[in-house]
Design a protein around this ligand. Structure first.
Ligand code: VG1
Ligand code: CO
Length: 542
């Protein structure tokens, strides 16, 4: 049992993006690549005597990477690792275990909604002792370290059997292999009215949950079918597979098409939901009606008090900047605080820790609360179920009532994927340069009132994050936001976010793409999307 010091050359380009470091699996499996990044994490956060949680979404290389990380942890003097059986932990469950066990943080192996497999993507992210993603200052320090280190220690030892729950040792380091589901399921039971939801299922309420062959399968089966009594078979694609069964585990109408088709069929279930690779995202669908994530956040904020865990009301609601302002209207009506943060869950951490926000959400199918420090797909699905069980109305009725009361923020996101990175950068730069000249300009019959590049000052620690997305605001509050993705692994992904407010109740029944048509045209014109990217239409519309 000796410690090897393995020599390496620093690896440039290990820069964590919106949510950790993501690369092609083959890159991660390349010599020193995973090790270089993990050692950089350890060097920045410290290891001696510390306890970390470890787990991932089960994608290809998840199990091998876990063994490497444990050997490195042992060699670095880590005291204890808490790891999910089979090296499985959903992102929210990992966040919960970090907090529950008062650990020093955790390493989550996931590329989230990106496909998995030998030819697809892998990823690693570090969460802090509060359970939340490392803030920018920490990920920057990790990145810097990846470009400096020249060696890392490796403990000589055999693979740990991760299929048996219980305590084992790797040299002096303790490894606790835990059930990935049970603590998380208990947390959910403490927040929601399980008896009421169970009664709703007993009365014939039907649900379809598509776990997309990703990590939430075991969680959903245990919670929905076993504890809440939903019919067996409610959860489909419930076994996590290394390649997610070839699916793209991104819960949106494009990639969860089978669920959408079922929900829009005549005999569709009452409620449908899907979640992503690592279980932090959710899509909810009613029979014949899709719930946009921005609307979902607003409805959850307006009704959260119906669930026992939020009966006291909310301190505040936070949303990422590109998320529609629907939640703001609810916050205003409730007289509670509202916050607008850059894209990425790490920006909610301080607000949650300080007790200033209770609910948070992103337009990208992410919703969560202060129960953990990550977005949480099943949590959002359960909060919807709790609300449905109390109100006893359909999803369509709940949305109609919401829009009638607050007005409707028509919303859509258009993604242009695998665009040439240089061209995408040039496009965004040209747009930035043009910002000062935009206010006052008329386009597609709309007048631009404001145009800026979003900068955020954290209200808790005062840290500043610049260049978080170009915003172009029109008379009446309509809006275009454009930014480049920080989670893609191929070229650049341009995200165009489109929003138009229609005060209720008139004009609530338009298709969002129709309602947004002039704004979509304005976006193409203002950014010269075709000229720079060669594309006239997006690859994915949500
Ligand atoms: C995307 C989403 C963002 C989300 C991030 C991580 O980032 O837009 O809202 O927080 O993915 O989600 P980007 O930079 O590609 O737009 V996931 O489910 O990693 O955890
Ligand atoms: Co995710």
């Amino acid at each position: 049992m000796t410690h090897h010091i393995v020599a390496t050359t620093p690896i440039a380009g290990q820069k964590p993006g919106t949510s950790g470091l993501r690369k092609k699996t083959a890159v991660f499996m390349g010599r020193h690549y995973l090790e270089n990044f993990v050692q950089s994490i350890f060097d920045v956060v410290g290891t001696t005597g510390k306890t970390f949680v470890l787990g991932g979404d089960g994608r290809y290389f998840n199990d091998r990477a876990a063994q490497v990380i444990m050997r490195m942890a042992a060699a670095n003097g880590v005291a204890r690792i808490i790891i999910g059986k089979g090296a499985i932990l959903s992102t929210p469950a990992a966040s919960h275990l970090i907090r529950l066990n008062k650990t020093d943080g955790g390493i989550i192996m996931s590329a989230s909604h990106n496909p998995g497999g030998p030819d697809e993507d892998f990823g690693v992210k570090f969460n802090m002792s509060n359970g939340g993603p490392a803030p920018e200052s920490v990920t920057e320090a990790m990145y810097k370290r990846t470009t400096e280190i020249t060696s890392y220690p490796m403990f000589d030892g055999q693979d740990i059997d991760l299929d048996k729950i219980g305590r084992v040792h790797l040299g002096p380091m303790i490894i606790d292999v835990v059930d990935p589901v049970s603590d998380y399921a208990t947390l959910m039971e403490s927040l929601f009215d399980f008896p009421k939801i169970r009664a709703m299922f007993q009365s014939g309420f039907r649900m379809r949950m598509d776990s997309m062959c990703a990590v939430t399968g075991p969680y959903a089966i245990e919670i929905l079918e076993n504890r809440l009594g939903a019919a067996k078979g409610t959860v489909v694609n419930g076994t996590p597979l290394p390649d997610f069964g070839g699916m793209h585990p991104d819960p949106n109408p494009t990639w969860a098409k089978a669920l959408m088709d079922e929900m829009f069929s005549d005999s569709g279930p009452d409620f449908g939901a899907a979640s992503d690779g690592d279980g932090d995202r959710n899509m909810v669908v009613g029979r014949g009606i899709y719930v946009s994530p921005s609307d979902s956040l607003a409805v959850l904020a307006a009704n959260a008090h119906l669930a026992p865990g939020y009966a006291k009301g909310l301190a505040g609601v936070a949303r990422s900047m590109p998320t529609s302002a629907a939640a703001d209207r609810v916050a205003d009506a409730l007289g509670i605080a509202k916050f607008e943060t850059p894209t990425g869950w790490k920006f909610f951490g301080n607000l949650l820790d300080a007790g200033r926000a209770t609910l948070c959400g992103e337009e990208s199918f992410g919703t969560g609360s202060d129960h953990v420090r990550e977005k949480d797909g099943l949590w959002a699905i359960l909060l919807w179920l709790n609300i449905l069980a109390v109100r006893r109305e359909s999803v369509a009725e709940i949305l109609a009532a919401h829009w009638t009361k607050y007005g409707r923020n028509y919303y859509s996101r258009h993604d242009f994927e695998a665009v040439d990175a240089g061209r995408a950068d040039a496009m965004v730069q040209a747009l930035r340069d043009a910002l000062p000249s935009l206010p006052g300009r008329e386009i597609e019959g709309l007048r631009i009132t404001e145009a800026d590049d979003f900068a955020y000052t954290d209200p808790v620690d005062g840290s500043v994050s610049k260049s978080q997305g170009v915003r172009i605001v029109f008379d009446g509050g309509s809006r275009i936001v454009m930014r480049l993705s920080g989670t893609g692994t191929q070229g650049a992904t341009l995200r165009v976010y489109l929003e138009r407010y229609a005060p209720g109740p008139e004009g609530l029944d338009h298709d969002p793409q129709d309602a947004l048509a002039p704004i979509i045209r304005a976006a193409h014109e203002l950014a010269s999307i075709e000229q720079y990217t060669g594309r006239t239409a997006p690859d994915v519309v949500t």
